[in-house]
Design a protein around this ligand. Structure first.
Ligand code: HEM
Length: 391
């Protein structure tokens, strides 16, 4: 990493965190916690000016050829800087046609394009590629609830990735393999761990702190002329690999295919490649259904179909927990108490909250294999498979 990139990163890990934390304490102490404009203006100006000096230095350096890790680091730093300016209402895509920060935009666009990623901070910056230094990882603030959120999110992502790795191994073994049990067990254990992580988050995260002091850093913002949606914990390939390998979502379903296309650039290039490859595989469910008529009474079929169904059920439970537990408790419920004005830009992806909630509900029901007439879930196929091994 160049010395300028390192200086920017050092600032992001120190003064930037201090200023954001102080601003959050001011907002949170006010009667109206959603009121940001007019509060702590000198701190905001300092944040903007200090970050700008780092951006200018890097822009003049103009060097993105310092290796992938270095470029990813710069994208994270400039992205977190822009996300904080958005959070403090120094920019707002609803009232602007282009970002008021052309230099930061230029830097983000340059680095983002050279890496093959969206020109904004991504989930990987705060999760899987958030490198700790002496135990401290990057964050926007020093608030307990932000660390809790990013740490548990990262644990959840890592565990879902382990489950996806395990199912990918079964693709290569074949679903009829006698040794697939090792990988079904690994996937099951990883998903059980995700359920525990989400339960901890549900119990320990403070609703108000999350809603007013953590979530606002994930709002959409403009880079140059274009608005980019916020990062969310789903921006990694593993979650969709699980969808596709279990067969509960299909890459040729127009709704789901659109979702995959939309998220591609928010993922690391290595994840983009994994997801593309996964889209070429036949799902484990389709493989089992093809084998079912001829082999339903075979021991191996019963064993592997049973193991598949256990993993599938756990994945459905994870999806239900995310939606009915996390999203409803930490986003839908507090949003219901806010006036329409304060709700603008509350979701990371940008659409109005009811639209986002409906979209997340569709995902939940696909993953649950729920009986719905309006969307093509695998409900009936799962019922057939279950009946074949119990009958
Ligand atoms: C307080 C905790 C959490 C809340 C409130 C929350 C909320 C949300 C919301 C609202 C979205 C939609 C993104 C948007 O705004 O456009 C989303 C997406 C997503 N989140 Fe979470 N989330 C939380 C924690 C987690 C954790 C711990 C995981 C992983 C274990 C996770 C996995 C996902 C995934 C995979 C997506 C992408 C959509 C999908 O494929 O399901 N979330 N989350």
């Amino acid at each position: 990493m160049s010395s300028r990139a390192e200086a920017f990163e050092h600032w992001i890990r120190t003064a930037f965190v201090d200023i954001n934390t102080e601003l959050e304490e001011h907002y949170f102490a006010a009667t109206d916690r959603s009121q940001v404009t007019g509060v702590g203006e000198p701190l905001k100006q300092a944040l903007q000016a200090e970050g700008h000096a780092h951006v200018l230095a890097l822009l003049q350096e103009g060097n993105t050829g310092d290796g992938f890790q270095s470029g990813l680091g710069v994208l994270g730093s400039v992205g977190m800087y822009l996300a904080a300016l958005r959070r403090h209402e120094l920019t707002n895509p609803a009232r602007e046609e282009r970002s008021p920060f052309p230099e930061a935009s230029a830097l983000a666009l340059h680095v983002g394009a050279s890496l093959g990623m969206a020109p904004r901070f991504a989930t990987s910056h705060l999760a899987t590629h958030n490198r700790a230094r002496a135990g401290v990882r990057k964050s926007f603030t020093r608030l307990r609830d932000e660390f809790l959120f990013i740490d548990e999110n990262t644990r959840g992502i890592l565990s879902l990735q382990l489950a996806a790795d395990a199912l990918t191994a079964i693709v290569h073994l074949g679903v009829s393999s006698p040794v697939a049990d090792v990988m079904f067990t690994a996937a099951r254990r990883s998903l059980e761990e995700v359920l525990r992580i989400n339960t901890r988050l549900m119990e320990q995260l403070d609703v108000e702190r999350f809603f007013y002091s953590v979530r606002p850093y994930y709002k959409p913002y403009r880079v140059g002329r274009q608005e980019y949606r916020g990062a969310n914990a789903g921006d990694f390939a593993g979650i969709n690999e699980l969808d596709l390998l279990l067969g509960v979502c299909r890459a040729n379903d127009p709704y789901y295919a659109q979702l995959l296309v939309d998220k591609m650039l928010f993922m690391l290039p290595a994840d983009q490649a994994r997801l593309r490859e996964c889209m070429t595989y036949k799902s484990l469910l389709d493989e089992l259904l093809e084998l079912m008529p001829a082999h339903r009474h075979a021991d191996w079929f019963r064993r592997n179909a049973q193991a598949y169904l256990e993993v599938c059920d756990l994945f459905g439970r994870y999806a239900a927990q995310h939606h009915d537990g996390l999203v409803s408790r930490f986003i839908a419920a507090p949003a219901a108490t806010l006036e329409a004005r304060s709700l603008e830009g509350i979701t990371a992806s940008g659409p109005p909250l009811p639209v986002l909630l409906r979209a997340l509900e569709v995902l939940r029901d696909l993953r649950l294999g729920a009986a719905r007439r309006d969307i093509a879930t695998r409900h009936e196929d799962l019922v057939r498979l279950r009946a074949a091994i119990t009958g």
